[in-house]
Design a protein around this ligand. Structure first.
Ligand code: NAD
Ligand code: LMR
Length: 328
């Protein structure tokens, strides 16, 4: 039998966890031939609820689920993990802006980064969902000096998915007809969904959607404000769609990206597109199918796009300033 992949998930007793774990166990994330051991990492007071979730995972009778391990601390929970999905943390409530979470959730990621550094498998890959996810990934990366920086990513796939769904609706096509939608920057209200290079059945979006005012204003602001709109409508932060995007993020990381497309992930900046090196910035990337990726650097950004990148970069620098005491 193939050696199982150890997938550690934090916040597994929460709302995202409740959708995410069952998708992972079903093989949606790593494919139908990869057995998985789930290492579920909660805070002590959520352990009882976690036991209930574990019972339900058992009851799912998933062929691929080779083990379920429950932990109340990251040192044991990340031991030998190949993939760490850092979901745990407080979500944004009504009336809160994401920046409110910077101070609340940031400290969690120093301990988790150190635990990954000291206990995870040598090939560990990390993705952060807990908000503010770019800055939390930055904190975890700084707390794990022995793990290569490029192994730390944060999730902007939900934004990419939201943008694709909007464009498909506007153009009256299916989501699979849309390719090359890059999300740049922070997973926040400053993110920039770059539609100028996006294609609908191979044709550039501005050539297919003639309402350019809609593209430049409504499209961008709807993607930027979607998280807030869901909190207002549902009374709680997006959960099932976030879990689905987390599955997409990891699956794409381990799948060769088609040559004529790319996917969006927040990764440590290499200085591409003039962004300060080291910030966790969402870029279009191509993955090689073995767990490595490259930033797509050859998009020719116009002044409109460059301006948007500067705004979201400035916000990430502000968040970094707030957590600078947590960065080593
Ligand atoms: P939730 O409150 O339902 O669940 C959070 C869970 O995390 C709880 O079970 C809690 O006990 C656990 N937790 C808290 N601190 C922890 C720690 N130190 N270690 C392990 N577990 C811990 O929240 P949710 O709706 O599942 O959202 C989780 C996070 O994901 C929030 O920060 C939310 O803002 C974020 N989020 C991100 C995106 C994205 O696109 N990046 C989308 C949606 C939500
Ligand atoms: C989202 O985008 O739905 C989440 O990040 C939740 C939020 O706070 O917006």
């Amino acid at each position: 039998m193939t050696t199982p992949i150890r997938v550690a998930v934090t916040g597994p007793a929460g709302s995202i966890g409740y959708s995410l774990l069952f998708r992972i166990a079903s093989g949606s994330m790593l494919g139908p031939d990869t057995p998985i051991i789930l290492q579920l990492v909660e805070i002590p007071r959520a352990m009882q609820a976690l036991e209930g979730v574990a019972m339900e995972l058992d009851d799912g009778a998933f062929d691929l689920l080779a083990g379920i391990e429950l932990y109340d601390n990251p040192n044991d929970g990340f031991k030998d993990a190949n993939i760490c999905m850092l979901v745990g943390g407080m979500p944004r409530g009504k009336g809160m802006v994401r920046a409110d979470l910077v101070e609340a959730n940031g400290p969690i990621f120093t301990g988790q980064g150190k635990a990954i550094n000291d206990h995870a498998a040598d090939d560990v890959r990390v993705m952060v969902v807990g908000n503010p996810c770019n800055t939390n990934a930055l904190i975890a990366m700084h707390s794990a000096p022995d793990v290569p920086n490029e192994r730390f990513t944060a999730m902007t796939r939900l934004d990419q998915n939201r943008g694709k769904a909007l464009l498909a609706k506007k153009a009256g096509v299916s989501v699979s007809d849309i390719s090359n939608l890059a999300i740049f920057g922070n997973h926040s209200n400053t993110m920039y969904p770059h539609f100028f290079d996006t294609k609908i059945n191979g044709k550039l979006v501005p050539d297919v959607i003639s309402d350019h005012k809609w593209l430049e204003e409504d499209f961008i602001s709807t993607v930027q404000g979607r998280g807030k709109a869901i909190i207002e409508a549902r009374g709680a932060s997006s959960a099932a769609s976030a879990a689905s995007a987390a599955v997409d993020h990891v699956r794409s990381w381990f799948t060769e990206t088609p040559k004529d497309d790319f996917v969006s992930m927040a990764v440590p900046s290499t200085g591409a597109y003039g962004i300060e090196e080291g910030l966790i910035f969402s870029y279009p990337v191509r993955c090689d199918g073995k767990g490595s990726y490259e930033i797509v650097e050859n998009l020719e950004l116009n002044d409109f796009a460059i301006e948007k990148l500067k705004v979201t970069e400035a916000q990430l620098k502000e968040e970094r300033e707030i957590v600078k005491h947590l960065l080593k």
